[in-house]
Design a binder for this molecule. Structure first.
Ligand SMILES: [Zn+2]
Length: 122
C-alpha cells in the first residue's frame, strides 16, 4: 500500500507543472530483486485512484532484471538462475548494478478538452 501511495504522491507533485492537464499514464520501474509483486501494486493503486480525480490514470509497471557487471572485464549481463559469474570471462568477481530499484519512470499527461469525445468508457 505504501508504494502505491508514493507513486500517487509523485504523480500529484509532477502534475503541479502541468496546469490544465490530467495524468493518463504513469510508468514505474521495479527491479526483480525489490521484492514487490507487480500485481499487488497494481491492485492497491487501482483501489486508491478509484473515486478520485485520477480514476482514469493507468499504471504501467516495468520489471527490470537483475544486472551485474564484471570487475575483471567490465562486461555487463543479466543474471539468470542466481548465477552471477561473468558470462564472458567466467570471473566470480562481479557486482550488482541494477535490479533492486523502485523508481518513477515517466508520466503521460493529456490536456483537458483534447481527447476525442466518446473515446472513454463510462
Ligand atoms: Zn568478465
Amino acid at each position: 500500500m505504501g508504494i502505491a501511495h508514493s507513486v500517487l504522491e509523485a504523480v500529484r507533485t509532477e502534475m503541479i507543472r502541468y496546469p490544465g492537464s490530467y495524468p493518463c499514464k504513469v510508468g514505474v520501474r521495479i527491479g526483480e530483486m525489490a521484492a514487490i509483486d507487480p500485481d499487488a501494486l497494481r491492485f492497491c493503486f487501482e483501489a486508491m485512484v478509484q473515486e478520485t480525480d485520477m480514476a482514469l490514470l493507468e499504471l504501467a509497471i516495468e520489471v527490470c532484471p537483475r544486472r551485474h557487471r564484471c570487475l575483471g572485464c567490465g562486461h555487463e549481463f543479466i543474471v539468470h538462475d542466481y548465477d552471477s559469474s561473468c558470462q564472458q570471462c567466467a570471473s566470480l568477481l562481479t557486482t550488482c548494478v541494477s535490479g533492486d530499484e523502485l523508481e518513477f519512470a515517466y508520466l503521460e499527461v493529456e490536456e483537458y478538452g483534447t481527447s476525442p469525445v466518446g473515446a472513454k468508457s463510462t
